[in-house]
Design a protein around this ligand. Structure first.
Ligand code: ARG
Length: 461
């Protein structure tokens, strides 16, 4: 039997494999509430414009509400033969109210319908994500405030560089997340235009009111070009780009957690709630949640690549290729949401090992820059000379396998005779971080101030 929605010119139905490759219902049923909301807005507009009789429009709206109830109750049978959510809903509507159901599809196509449904889903998901990211930001800022004084090693090349504070490190992620949220909000703003009424590609000869449907669905305005309206998937790509960058940030911190929680570092303890044990090695506490956050960034970035590649060769307007957009976006945004939730839990429970962090902060000659700066400040040496003198002192200490502050004044004076006792005042890690008072620097007072001001700002949102 040919398809009951579009089979007029067909004498045979599709091959089973055709049905399998063509049907999207298995995944696009997720869009049922957006599809029904879009149809209700559309039919209300058709009635107002006297394109469809008011009574029929009313029956259609009621039928659509019934269908929403059936789907929510799990009483709806989705059919692959009906391809997608749009035709599954419309077909059920005709079972419920008869042939007048067919008036719903006036001045509309599945092309503008799916573009509208999908935008609504992405828009609402971005809003949820933004709220989740806000929570993660406050969690990081809370840790930062609590551990603003805790000294730890700062790294470049993963080699000890200069001491920083744990709070400062946490605040770095608050800043990253703030940009992530900016990207999410920006994508949301740009995508909030309604393609409904673009019809198949060329618009329609019916006197529709696209502003009315756009407004009813919470869009800022209708899209301005019907070809673009049905074939634009930038909105999904922008959401995936924002998601990918955010996932990359989460992955970097996840990687740090994996390193920091190892027995060799012992910088932090992850809570039992976010660790797992080994079935063979009883001593193990594995950072699985962090590892999965790190790994899932791969599939999120993969989704962005996949959709870019699907889209890049498509002539205007709609092609069925575009049906491949949904699974990538659903998967990526849902996984990102899961990652953000897991990260929020891990950060909230995170226990930095303050003693171990401080010990590590002093290793690896991390205050060498402070020593060089002292030479510049106190002896008036040009920085390049100071760098050289300090390098020689580090080499001397390394040769004896001791810390910089364990060299005696006499030792130091063999390299630079004018060095005085005062130099020891800058060799402690606490003094080092306290001296970094430049704007954005790691001084505990700075960190506390920034954490407090972020917390206050986030609380108001
Ligand atoms: N399931 C389709 C999709 O997701 C809906 C649009 C179908 N349009 C068409 N002309 N066959 O893209």
């Amino acid at each position: 039997m040919s398809n009951k929605m579009w089979g007029g010119r067909f004498s045979e139905g599709p091959d089973a494999i055709m049905e399998e490759i063509n049907a999207s219902i298995d995944f696009d049923k997720k869009l049922y509430s957006q599809d029904i909301a879009g149809s209700k807005a559309h039919v209300r507009m058709l009635a107002k414009q006297e394109i469809v009789p008011a009574d029929d429009a009313k029956a259609i709206e009621q039928g659509l509400d019934t269908i929403a109830g059936e789907i929510e109750a799990g009483d709806f049978t989705f059919s692959r033969a009906l391809e997608d959510i749009h035709m599954n809903v419309e077909s059920r509507l005709s079972d419920l109210i008869g042939p007048n159901a067919g008036r719903l599809h006036t001045a509309r196509s599945r092309n503008d319908q799916v573009a509208t449904d999908f935008r609504l889903w992405v828009r609402d998901t971005l809003d949820t994500l933004d709220g989740q990211l806000l929570e993660l930001q406050s969690t990081f800022a809370g840790k930062a405030e609590e551990f603003a004084n805790a000294v730890m090693p700062g790294f470049t090349h993963l080699q000890s560089a200069q001491p920083v504070t744990f709070g400062h490190h946490m605040m770095a992620y608050v800043e990253m997340l703030s940009r992530d949220r900016g990207r999410v909000q920006d994508a949301r703003k740009r995508m909030n235009e309604c393609p409904l009424g673009s019809a198949a590609l060329a618009g329609t000869s019916f006197p529709i009111d696209r502003h009315m449907t756009a407004e009813a669905l919470g869009f800022d305005r209708p899209t301005a070009n019907s070809l673009d309206g049905v074939s634009d998937r930038d909105f999904a790509l922008e959401a995936l780009s924002a998601a990918s960058i955010c996932a990359m940030h989460l992955s970097r911190f996840a990687e740090e957690l994996v390193i920091w929680s190892s027995a060799q570092f012992r910088f932090v303890k992850l809570s039992d709630k976010f660790s797992t044990g080994s079935s063979i090695m009883p001593q193990k506490r594995n950072p699985d949640a962090a590892e999965l956050v790190r790994a899932k960034s791969g599939r999120i970035i993969g989704a962005l690549n996949a959709l870019l590649i699907v889209m890049k060769g498509l002539p205007l307007a709609y092609s069925k290729d575009m049906q491949e957009d949904k699974e990538q976006v659903f998967d990526a945004l849902q996984n990102l949401s899961l990652c953000v939730a897991a990260m929020t839990g891990m950060v909230a429970d995170l226990e930095p090992n303050v003693k171990e962090l401080k010990k590590a902060a002093g290793s690896g000659y991390s205050t060498a820059t402070d020593l060089a700066d002292w030479l510049v400040r106190t002896l008036g040496m040009p920085f390049r000379n100071a760098h050289h003198v300090t390098g020689s002192l580090v080499a001397m200490a390394a040769e004896r396998n001791i810390e910089l502050h364990k060299l005696t004044l006499e030792d130091m004076q063999t390299v630079e005779p004018t060095i005085t006792e005062d130099v020891f005042s800058v060799l402690s890690v606490d003094k080092s971080v306290r001296s970094r008072v430049s704007f954005g620097g790691t001084a505990p007072a700075n960190v506390k101030k920034q954490a407090k001001s972020w917390l206050k700002k986030l609380e108001k949102e």
